[in-house]
Design a protein around this ligand. Sequence first.
Ligand code: NAD
Ligand code: 6OD
Length: 485
Amino acid sequence: MTKEFRHFINGEFVSSERTFPKYSPLNNKQIGVIHEANKQQVDDAVKAARAAMKGPWGKMTVEQRVAKLYAVADEITRRFDEFVEAEMQDTGQTLHVMEHVFIPRGAANFKIFADVIKNVPTEAFQMETPDGRGAMNSAIRLPKGVIGVVCPWNAPFLLMTWKVGPALACGNAVIVKPSEETPATALLLAEVMRDVGIPAGVYNVVHGFGPQSTGEFLTSHDGVDAITFTGETQTGAAIMKAAADGIRDVSFELGGKNAGIVFADCDFDKAIEGIGRASFLNTGQVCLGTERVYVERPIFKKFVQALKEKAESFVAGDPTDPKTTMGPLISKEHQAKVLSYYEKAKKEGATIVTGGGVPDMSGDYADGAWVQPTIWIDLPESASVIQDEIFGPCCHIRPFDTEDEVIELANATEYGLSTTIWTQDLARAYRMAQGVDVGITWINSWFLRDLRTPFGGSKKSGIGREGGVHSLEFYTELRNVCIKL
Ligand code: NAD
Ligand code: 6OD
């Protein structure tokens, strides 16, 4: 049955005249129709959000908001299987990653920020004044207003709620623009919001594309007070230009070309497991993933052989089958992009350790967006697969000899999102953490998340930090109140 993905504006599901098809990444068959919001509908959503800020939502106490966000989290958990199924259909990704990472994180994103807002202290200074009576100077936090939330397709529910959770906890209203590839879970969340009694207009969803479509209409709307965006660096630049009109604040989580660094003294099996996840989880479609691996020379050959075995152990297929460990890429278009890099690597002289093409998927899955997990060695650092973010299940591995050398290699990119470092020498690990220019350093781990910590990228990987109290910096306006005593 073909699904219809409509907008959610002012508490109602709304259609558009224009629609476009949604294809399954598993077999490229159409599974739905997505409505494309026009300027008027985006304007309706903005007006609804602005009205909600003046209505009951804007008047709620923190405690009442916190109770509502807990109810949202509990309702997501109650409808867990529906969220898993919807996200699996949109992305083709495995049951395991849905059940253990993406959907539980969606629920957690509401609880963690409800707890943060409940517990964050107010800053206050007692001042002396010439009359001896003094003044009390405090900083109060107010919601920023209407937030435009523009999302990617690679972990749709986790990444959307990572923004919607803190935005609502801080008392804002939101308009979410999901990726045109992944409309489903934003709408399930709309049902949840309605059912737990989040007032109409607080949470709105408008579907469509980016340029000259819904994304651009939203980010250039002067009724949107701030824009939070996760996606490609180039798109971030376009959104920043739109936000410049009206001097609106932006929070950006952008692309990456992250280095994995493995020293000879590492726990070898754990390093293989960790780099295997960092390079191949979610079919390599994780912004924090590792497409460049640097391995200390004494263990280089052994590492390449072991990571090859790891790559070849992935089982592609039906995502609902617990034995499946790798899904397809998001779309045929993205498959063509990733395969074009597989060709470039060949032309640039790579030795292909494993993969390099499309797996043999017979039957219903023959036309899906599948690619093989792929490992290359022997390329110069100037090669395009070492320079460009591919966003596929692939990595290049290169040997290194010294700490200084590997820091220089790791930093030779315009990105600065994350790194994963494997060594048993923690003094060295800390030196490395200071030397590699990234926002997030994992030592003997990867994608181990504590939602209270700052998350974000350096260089062209982002602007600002999200997580814990850091999210409050973006989602609230700090106001200084000075009381003369
Ligand atoms: P994308 O930039 O193509 O699209 C993201 C969203 O922006 C979509 O909703 C799209 O419709 C919208 N958009 C595109 N052009 C727009 C415009 N001109 N104005 C307004 N909206 C516009 O990214 P993607 O392909 O969906 O996602 C993959 C990218 O996201 C990768 O580069 C990845 O590294 C990055 N990413 C980063 C993080 C992080 O935390 N740093 C997390 C996940 C993904
Ligand atoms: O865990 C998170 O909070 C987060 N933003 C993850 C990003 C994953 C990118 O693909």
